[in-house]
Design a protein. Structure first.
Length: 260
């Protein structure tokens, strides 16, 4: 018994040092809903910041696996892709005006976002990611910008080709201090967009047709980091100042979460 009492402080110190060292060496881990298979990968864009991290792709995982995986991640990125089923924002009769719809993706990304909210993970949404976050929080979309706003070519040329247009950044926003000017040229490829912004968010960027191009939480004190952009920062040259700074901002928030 005396020997046990003698060794207990030593065991406690070794345990404490082991835990502290494990925390220091935990690799920054980013969950990505769905990665591209070839060029313009979101992973490559984030890596261009020079920060070290690993990525876990959530596509193909079960809901339980997603829940368990996110417990070991430090941020969630919801990426671009197929249209969200319009029944999720009260326009189920408009499927004919949508492009490809991926119900499986709708389901697992909904679970991923809700799990990330419970864990208070930093979240970023890009294109579809912006649209889906808005939907999940109670907002709606224009089903088809060419017919609903007559400004389709501003955001996508034809059915598939990329467009380039300016966005105006709002003062006092997460993005306001990032670019050197408040008018920034971005890469765009979408035919849907935010019609009604969900409660609790504020728009922080608009295109010339008044479409909301980015949003964040209205009240940062009660929420973790969230930034959603309609354009594609991963599609432009990685030396683009706004693109690189958005990537840095997202990964810096993930680093802050890791230290907590």
């Amino acid at each position: 018994m005396k020997k046990l009492l003698f060794y207990l402080p030593v065991i406690f110190v070794l345990f404490f040092l082991s835990c502290e060292n494990a925390q220091k060496t935990t690799e920054l881990t980013i969950a990505i809903s769905k990665e591209r298979k070839t060029e313009h990968k979101y992973t490559d864009w984030l890596a261009s910041t020079g920060k070290s991290f690993k990525v876990i792709q959530l596509a193909g995982l079960t809901n339980q696996e997603i829940t368990d995986t996110l417990k070991f991640c430090h941020a969630l990125l919801l990426t671009g892709g197929a249209d969200v089923h319009p029944s999720m924002y009260g326009k189920g009769a408009d499927t004919s005006r949508c492009g490809f719809i991926d119900l499986e993706r709708d389901a697992f990304e909904k679970h991923a976002y809700e799990s990330a909210k419970q864990l208070k993970l930093p979240v970023m949404g890009i294109c579809r990611g912006l649209q889906y976050i808005n939907i999940l929080e109670g907002g709606t979309l224009y089903v088809d910008l060419p017919s609903d706003k007559l400004t389709g070519d501003l955001h996508r040329i034809g059915d598939e080709d990329w467009a380039s247009h300016e966005v105006i950044i709002s003062a006092g926003s997460l993005l306001n201090d990032l670019p050197d000017e408040n008018k920034i040229l971005v890469a765009s490829n979408h035919h849907q967009g935010i019609e009604i912004l969900a409660p609790g968010f504020k728009a922080i960027a608009h295109s010339e047709d008044s479409l909301i191009e980015a949003f964040e939480f209205e009240n940062h004190s009660n929420h973790p980091f969230l930034l959603a952009v309609q354009w594609h920062p991963e599609w432009v040259d990685y030396s683009d100042p706004l693109s690189k700074k958005i990537g840095n901002l997202f990964l810096s928030e993930a680093e802050k979460y890791r230290t907590k």
